[in-house]
Design a protein around this ligand. Sequence first.
Ligand code: GUN
Length: 291
Amino acid sequence: MKIIDGKKISNEVLDEIKVLVGHRVKNNLKIPHLAAVLVGDEGPSQTYVNSKIKACKRVGFQSSLFKFDKSISENKLINEIQKININDNIDGFIVQLPLPVKINQEKILNKVNPDKDVDGFHPLNYGKMALGIETFLPATPAGIIELIQRSNIDLKSKKCLVIGRSQIVGRPISILLSQNKIFGNATVTVAHSKSDNLKELCLDSDVIISAIGIPEFIKGEMIKTGSTIIDVGISRVNDNSSVKGYKIIGDVDFKSVSDKVGYITPVPGGVGPMTIAMLLKNTLKACSLKD
Ligand code: GUN
């Protein structure tokens, strides 16, 4: 079993970004500025946004947090987004998801200026991604691709099973890995909550990318010997022995797959840190495109 160390690889990416920011400073170019819009006080979303802001400091970016009460109206939120859209100092921003249920997420994401859409969720950028046109790739799929590439895993013609069809992870990674690109050319199957025979699908796969959010769902008996597993699950499970009162568990039962798996991403310390690194990479790109 080889562990794909997302923490280490993300640090490499962040170091590379930091060097590029240093060059920008030397050349009197604009320092990249990432903003985050956070609505409500959901614990996990606050934690993710805080990590994104912390990473900005680490690479020398500017950052801003726009925090709104969960009672904010859709129109007021759109108004705030439009202010960020025209703020020349902000190069890229994200609207942290999920939004409160009374707010129409699709409508909000449609209002983000596509040139500042470093999450790649605006339909224009998502469409470009699907067409294989250069754009901002959503950060989690981009992070998965970076992990695979930097681990020298070639997906060409490999049977790759994506479990989950979310707009943030499952759908885009399935599109990207089937494309005729250096990182792609896999034979991709997408499984989801209505799929039958998940065990058979898993057993037949060279690579499994799991993004279903069911703790320790994938067991050793479900996987092929030597396969690669990318675990995107991040479920919070009560844990009285930890200071926080919970621990983060992936979709994969790490212990039971450890004898059979070839490469695996741990949780935590796998895909999670890469998502942040790729978001920053997109922000640097948004800033550089304005030079
Ligand atoms: N919530 C969970 N993942 C993401 C992400 O990649 N971007 C945003 N904006 N919200 C999220």
